[in-house]
Design a protein around this ligand. Structure first.
Ligand code: GDP
Ligand code: MG
Length: 354
C-alpha cells in the first residue's frame, strides 16, 4: 500500500499550519521537505517549483507510472508477460528502444537474482533505474570551464527551428536576473527579421540590453558586437540566440563553428555553456535532430522545452542516456518564469510519488 499523503496548508492569516481558510499554497508529499517546516520563503519557492514540475509531468505520469500500476495489479509473479507489458509501456512513454532495452536487461537481472520477486516491487526498481540514468551525466556538469575574472560568461542556445530557443533564452535571462546578474541578449539568429524582433520584445519586457543587426547580417559579427558591449557595460552573462534551419545544414554548422571560434578568441573558454534546446513534444524525433547538432556544436547541457502538456516526457531519460549530457532546465510553459532548473531526484519524485 502506498504511504499516506501528507497534506499541509500554511495560513498566512494565523501563521500556522492547518486546514482552513486563506491559504496560499498546498503541499502534498510522502516526504515533507524540511525547508517547509520553517515556512521560509525559500521553502515556499521550492514547493512552488516542485508543484509546477508535477503539473508539467502529469500526462507523462499517466502514460508511464499509472500504466505500470495497471500492469502489476493482481499479478503474483514477474513473468515474461509482465516484462513484455512493461517494455511496451516504456516505449509508449518515449524512453526509446535502446534505453528501454537497457532498463529491462537490468530488471531481468534483478529478477533472476531474486533481488526483486514481487511484481509490486517493479515500480520502485524502475524508479531507481531511471534515477541512475538521469544522475550519470549530471555528475560531469561540474567540470565546465569558468570565464576569467571580469569577463562575461558566454552562453549559446542552439537547436532546430521552433523547438523553443528564443523563448528559453528570455526565460534564462529572467533566471539570471533573479540571481542578481546583468544578462545581455545577442540576436545572432539573423536569418529572419521576425526572430530578431521576437528577442527584442523579450529584452524590452525584461529590461535587459540586446545587441542586434539587420536581418541577413553575419551572426559572428553580431556576436562580436555583443561581447564588446558586454565588456563595456559589465554585462554578464551574454546569451546568444542562433539560427536553427536544418535545410541549409552545412552552412548552419559552419556558422556555429565560426561563432564558437570567435567567442573563444574574445573570451577565454567561451562559449562556456552551449545549451542544446530540445522540444519535448517531439519525443524520439527531437532526439534524432539533436544528435546532428551535437556533432558540430559541442553542447554542454540540455534545455528541454515544452515539457508541459506532453505525454512524451519519458524522452528525458533517453536524452540523458543517449546524449550523455545533463538536462539543466526544463520549460513548462510560455511565460518568463516557466523555466525550472532540472534536478534528477525531483523529476523522478514528481513522476513516482503516490
Ligand atoms: N507550452 C510551451 N511552449 C513553449 C515552451 N517554450 C517555447 N514554447 C513555444 O514554442 C514556440 C516556438 O518557440 P521559439 O522560442 O520561437 O522557438 P525557436 O524557433 O527555437 O526560437 C513559441 O510559440 C513558444 O511560445 C514551453 O516550455 N512550453
Ligand atoms: Mg528563435
Amino acid at each position: 500500500m502506498p504511504p499516506p499523503i501528507l497534506r499541509i496548508q500554511w495560513q498566512y492569516n494565523t501563521g500556522r499550519f492547518g486546514r482552513a481558510g486563506c491559504s496560499r499554497f498546498t503541499i502534498e508529499s510522502k516526504r515533507m521537505p524540511m525547508t517547509l517546516l520553517g515556512a521560509s520563503e525559500k521553502g515556499e519557492k521550492k514547493a512552488g517549483l516542485f508543484d509546477r514540475l508535477r503539473q508539467a509531468v502529469a500526462s507523462t505520469k499517466a502514460q508511464l507510472v499509472e500504466r505500470i500500476e495497471q500492469i502489476v495489479e493482481g499479478r503474483e509473479a514477474i513473468d515474461r508477460q509482465v516484462l513484455d507489458d512493461l517494455e511496451a509501456v516504456l516505449i509508449g512513454a518515449d524512453l526509446g528502444v535502446k534505453t528501454t532495452t537497457e532498463i529491462l536487461d537490468h530488471l531481468r537481472n534483478q529478477v533472476d537474482r531474486r533481488q526483486i520477486r514481487d511484481p509490486q516491487q517493479l515500480r520502485s526498481a524502475l524508479e531507481r533505474e531511471i534515477l541512475a540514468i538521469l544522475e550519470k551525466p549530471a555528475a560531469s556538469a561540474a567540470a565546465r570551464q569558468q570565464p576569467p575574472a571580469g569577463q562575461p560568461e558566454v552562453i549559446f542556445a542552439v537547436g532546430v527551428n521552433g523547438v523553443g530557443k528564443t523563448t528559453s533564452i528570455a526565460k534564462l535571462a529572467n533566471f539570471y536576473l533573479q540571481q542578481g546578474r546583468r544578462p545581455l541578449l545577442c540576436a545572432a539568429d539573423t536569418f529572419r527579421a521576425a526572430a530578431i524582433e521576437q528577442l527584442e520584445v523579450w529584452a524590452r519586457r525584461l529590461g535587459v540590453e540586446i545587441v542586434k543587426q539587420k536581418a541577413g547580417a553575419d551572426p559572428s559579427a553580431v556576436l562580436f558586437d555583443g561581447l564588446a558591449a558586454a565588456r563595456r557595460h559589465h554585462a554578464d552573462p551574454v546569451i546568444v540566440d542562433t539560427a536553427g534551419r536544418l535545410h541549409t545544414k552545412y552552412n548552419l554548422m559552419a556558422e556555429l563553428e565560426k561563432m564558437c571560434r570567435i567567442a573563444g578568441r574574445e573570451v577565454a573558454g567561451a562559449p562556456h555553456q552551449v545549451f542544446l534546446v530540445i522540444d519535448a513534444t517531439t519525443g524520439q524525433n527531437g532526439l534524432q535532430q539533436a544528435r546532428q547538432f551535437l556533432e558540430h556544436a559541442g553542447a554542454t547541457g540540455i534545455i528541454l522545452a515544452k515539457l508541459d502538456g506532453t505525454a512524451k516526457g519519458g524522452v528525458v531519460v533517453a536524452i540523458a542516456r543517449e546524449l550523455g549530457l545533463p538536462i539543466q532546465f526544463v520549460g513548462v510553459g510560455e511565460k518568463l518564469d516557466d523555466l525550472l532548473p532540472f534536478n534528477p531526484r525531483e523529476f523522478v519524485a514528481s513522476l513516482f510519488e503516490a
